[in-house]
Design a protein around this ligand. Structure first.
Ligand SMILES: Cc1cc2nc3c(=O)[nH]c(=O)nc-3n(C[C@H](O)[C@H](O)[C@H](O)COP(=O)(O)OP(=O)(O)OC[C@H]3O[C@@H](n4cnc5c(N)ncnc54)[C@H](O)[C@@H]3O)c2cc1C
Length: 454
């Protein structure tokens, strides 16, 4: 065997798996195959000047390369079992939290030292929220910021590069079962290994589906989250974000009883495009460095859609809605809240007239032509509910970017060790459908590495 362990994908899941394997068993021959570029070569061409919107690069530098989808993320490591994935269902709540704290310690050691750890526990905001029928979830949040997150990744790469063989710009095409292990097939060649950890994240979801189909690994899929990214003056949420940084708030709508939640809050941050398999959706991030901060705060408002029989393609449903917005707007659509509730589209003029400057160049339009009524009604209800705890949220000038879609990878059937029905073939991170966050994905990597090292 050429390698003891091959890791597919160099996102947080893959990086932490490699880190822990080398720490516990330095004698192991470990290789990492990554479809995207090495960290220093990752660059999104959108400069807001010559290139204003996504041009569909062959390998999206936002989603792929060393650091995975997390490389230019806000670097918010949420240490909680309340959201970010269901790793605890496999390894227990206590162990999951221990692993997330362990990852946090490493992040601190590799450049994150000094970054603030926020906590919602015991704050007055819980009461404030509940009085308005809003529910604030418990979490500790380490906010690295996009800049420090990059430094941590750089340091982790320097730590690993001489101990692990990295193959960048090398998408794995197939995994074949061979006697005593697996063969990893790429355009550059085939590499046999004893064990394989698959950590391909969301950008690898389609490929993961194919692997599971080819190897008859059972999967399940029935959820997608659809919504908008809200952008408003940072002052509106400052009382919450100064103390908590990120507040995960859940609201149950009066009209349909659907749950709407805030997601990925970026104080003084920027709204960005996200390209998933050629479909442009919206996301957000922010910097720790005050000189790179904006005057706006952004966060997503999402509604979860679960499907029952006979429909199985929840991601396909989300993709169709995102495609509709891409068809109407050529990419992401932006609309003022005031225009939305008056039933009119936003125009360049109305956006320019607003008392807020958008941080993303998007096409002014009408989100009611894109989002299903039930989802849009839920979002509007939640905006009015949030207005009670953060007055100004329901202002006419509040910007809504659409659509934001959280695609959930189909959930792959794995054991408590995150091992598939094939011994030695592990599936971790967001690609497994079990995690949806930096901390859970990283923790899943550590968990598998420890089990292999044993
Ligand atoms: C803009 C943005 C902001 C975000 N902000 C946050 C945040 O603040 N906090 C948070 O918790 N989460 C955030 N997330 C989500 C977070 O980044 C992911 O949950 C996390 O990166 C998942 O880690 P992973 O290792 O499972 O997968 P990924 O990070 O997606 O890494 C998977 C890697 O596998 C590679 N790959 C895919 N297919 C193949 C193949 N066939 N062969 C070889 N390589 C392959 C990909 O190129 C990629 O580099 C954000 C995501 C985005 C896009």
């Amino acid at each position: 065997m050429k390698y003891d362990v091959v890791i597919i994908g160099a996102g947080p899941g893959g990086i932490y798996a490699a880190f822990e394997l080398i720490k516990l068993k330095p004698e192991l021959k470990v290789a990492v195959f990554e479809a995207g570029h090495e960290l220093s070569k990752r660059r999104c061409p959108i400069d807001g000047d010559k290139i204003k919107t996504c041009i569909g690069c062959k390998s999206c530098s936002i989603m792929s390369g060393f650091g995975g989808a997390g490389a230019f993320s806000d670097g918010k490591y949420n240490i909680t079992n309340d959201f970010g994935g269901t790793l605890y269902e496999y390894i227990g709540k206590k162990h999951a939290l221990e692993l997330m704290h362990y990852v946090d310690e490493i992040n601190m050691r590799f450049g994150g030292e000094g970054c603030k750890l926020y906590s919602t526990a015991g704050t007055r905001f819980k009461t404030l929220c509940i009085q308005s029928d809003l529910h604030l979830l418990d979490a500790s949040v380490r906010h690295l910021g996009t800049d420090i997150n990059y430094i941590v990744l750089e340091n982790l790469y320097n730590e690993l590069k001489d101990k692990v063989t990295f193959f960048f710009d090398t998408p794995v095409e197939a995994i074949k079962i061979i006697p005593g292990g697996y063969e990893i097939r790429t355009k550059k060649g085939a590499y046999p290994c004893k064990k394989c950890i698959v950590s391909v994240g969301r950008s690898g979801s389609k490929w993961m589906e194919k692997v599971c189909k080819d190897l008859s690994i059972p999967t399940e899929s029935n959820r997608v989250d659809i919504g908008v990214r809200v952008e408003l003056p940072a002052a509106v949420f400052a009382h919450l974000t100064d103390e908590l940084y990120e507040s995960k708030i859940v609201y149950r709508t009066e009209k349909y009883g659907d749950k709407v939640r805030t997601f990925c809050m970026n104080p003084k941050g920027a709204v960005v495009n996200e390209n998933t398999n050629g479909i442009i959706t919206v996301n957000g991030h922010s910097y720790e460095d005050p000189s790179m901060q904006t005057e706006n705060t952004n966060f997503a408002l999402l509604v979860s859609k679960h499907f029952s029989e006979p429909f199985k393609d929840s991601n396909g449903y989300g993709e169709s809605i995102a495609r509709l917005s891409n068809m109407l707007g050529g990419g992401v659509i932006v609309q003022r809240f005031g225009d939305l509730i008056r039933g009119r589209r936003s125009t360049e003029g109305r956006i320019e007239d607003a008392f807020i400057t958008p941080t993303l160049q998007a096409t002014p339009g009408d989100l009611s032509l894109v989002l299903p009524k039930r989802i849009l009604d839920g979002i509007i209800e939640m905006i009015y509910a949030l207005d009670k705890v953060a007055p100004g949220t329901a202002n006419d000038d509040t910007l809504l970017y659409g659509v934001e879609v959280k695609f959930y990878n189909m959930e792959v059937e794995v054991s408590k060790k995150l091992e598939s029905c094939y011994p030695g073939l592990y599936i971790i991170g967001d690609g497994s459908g079990i995690t949806h966050s930096l901390s859970h994905a990283s923790a899943s990597g550590v968990h598998v590495a420890r089990s292999i090292a044993k």
